[in-house]
Design a protein around this ligand. Structure first.
Ligand code: SF4
Ligand code: SF4
Length: 68
């Protein structure tokens, strides 16, 4: 089983993954990384189908697949 890990330090708050997630799992949080960007987080993780779209659309490789 795989899980997708969010590498917050890479996030630039562009919102692409939030827009393209078909299950509305993701959102931008109020937490900022060391670069000053508000980081993405899984607001509704139970709805994730592991489709991988967030992984494909993120230009900053924030999502990494890990064997869980
Ligand atoms: S894997 Fe798919 S459903 Fe899960 S957060 Fe990413 S885009 Fe959304
Ligand atoms: S697409 Fe990547 S950089 Fe943009 S908000 Fe989502 S995780 Fe952050």
């Amino acid at each position: 089983m795989f899980e997708i890990k969010i590498l917050e330090e890479r996030c630039k708050s562009c919102g692409l993954c939030v827009h393209f997630c078909p299950k509305k799992v993701l959102d931008i949080s109020s937490k900022r990384n060391s670069h000053g960007y508000r980081v993405v987080y899984a607001k509704n993780p139970e709805k994730c189908t592991m489709c991988g779209i967030c992984y494909l659309v993120c230009p900053d490789v924030v999502f990494v697949k890990e064997e869980g």
